[in-house]
Design a protein around this ligand. Structure first.
Ligand SMILES: NC(=O)c1ccc[n+]([C@@H]2O[C@H](COP(=O)([O-])OP(=O)(O)OC[C@H]3O[C@@H](n4cnc5c(N)ncnc54)[C@H](OP(=O)(O)O)[C@@H]3O)[C@@H](O)[C@H]2O)c1
Length: 301
């Protein structure tokens, strides 16, 4: 994609939104327009930024009409899985209704929507999910994300959907993701209990953002699975993190998911098959050791 295009990024203050913005800014000459619920979390780098609540249909319509983006990259979501279970109305508004607002706006402008979804659309009973595997969400978060996928896929608008999982990475003024939280806890010599029965493929946000930029570059449509290349449980991830950052792994105690009494049920094994992203996009995702080493460099540790 050599021609400069307008790209609207929602959730620009979030973990993925910040990284997508950084990559587009460094590697392309596209005109970025950034938005999120609140004021800007970081310097605008010369891009337009405006706060917008994506659950407000008229605001979304007006913004898409005004900026006329070629691509809308929707990284905004209500991502608190247990919060979604208890505040279902808000979860549906942000994760489903807002996507429908973008669909309606895109019909007028012919914008393409690149939307982010989750491994939580699967029940985690078998793992090894490909893009064609049958979803069966266990949680309200997963149900809301699946409903958004279905709204997009049946809308007729040009779209790509990227499912990912266990995102970690560096950003500014973020709620701590799993790796950053763990780093803080272990650095302060706190004991932590981590589940050893939830398996997945942890994803450094850089790999996901790279895949999204590539989807835009190559103008790909349809479903893509993008995550890290290594399958492990959360406890194994935590022990590797302690080793790489020179922290005390004896502070980490394994526990079972059933000990946590979380509001939302989690898939126990939501591993992805990445063949489509590897073949179509040239994705070469990092394993856990590589991802954590990159994070260490980024944090200057
Ligand atoms: N994080 C993971 O492990 C993970 C795993 C699988 C899939 N995903 C998906 O990946 C995407 C990006 O996740 P992330 O970790 O980057 O999320 P994040 O850091 O929580 O960022 C989401 C952003 O959306 C904003 N937002 C929430 N409600 C909004 C509204 N009504 N209007 C406008 N903006 C709103 C949030 O603002 P506030 O912070 O002010 O609420 C936040 O800045 C999401 O679609 C998520 O479902 C994430």
């Amino acid at each position: 994609m050599t021609e400069s295009k307008k790209i609207l990024v929602t959730g620009a203050n979030g973990l993925l939104g910040q990284k997508v913005t950084e990559l587009f800014a460094h590697e392309t000459s596209h005109e970025l327009i950034l938005t999120d619920l609140h004021d800007h979390a970081f310097e605008s780098r010369g891009f337009d930024y405006f706060p917008m609540d994506i659950t407000k249909k008229e605001e979304v319509k007006e913004a898409v009409k005004k900026y006329d983006p070629k691509y809308i990259i929707n990284t905004a979501a209500y991502t608190n899985v247990d919060g979604c279970e208890t505040d279902r109305e808000l979860s549906w508004k942000v994760n489903v209704d807002a996507v429908k607002h973008f669909i309606i706006a895109s019909r007028i402008n012919s914008s393409k929507i690149i939307h982010i979804s989750t491994d939580y659309v699967f029940d985690g009973k078998s793992g090894n999910y490909s893009e064609g595997s049958k979803p069966n969400p266990l949680s309200y978060y997963g149900k809301s994300k699946l409903a958004a996928e279905n709204a997009l896929l049946t809308s007729g608008v040009d779209c790509a959907i990227v499912r990912t999982m266990i995102l970690y990475g560096k950003g500014k003024d973020l709620r701590p993701n799993f790796a950053i939280w763990l780093l803080q806890m272990l650095s302060e010599k706190n004991k932590v209990t981590i589940v050893d029965d939830q398996f997945g493929m942890p994803t450094i946000v850089d790999d996901l953002a790279w895949g999204i930029v590539k989807i835009a570059d190559l103008n790909k449509s349809g479903m893509y699975h993008i995550c890290g290349s290594e399958y492990c449980n959360r406890y194994e991830f935590a022990v590797k993190l302690a080793g790489i950052f020179g922290l005390n792994e004896n502070l980490i105690m394994p526990i079972k998911t059933s000990d946590l009494n979380q509001a939302a049920a989690r898939p126990m094994n939501s591993s992805f098959i990445l063949l489509k992203a590897e073949t179509d996009l040239g994705l070469k995702p990092l394993n856990v050791t590589e991802g954590l080493n990159l994070l260490k460099v980024q944090l200057g540790l």
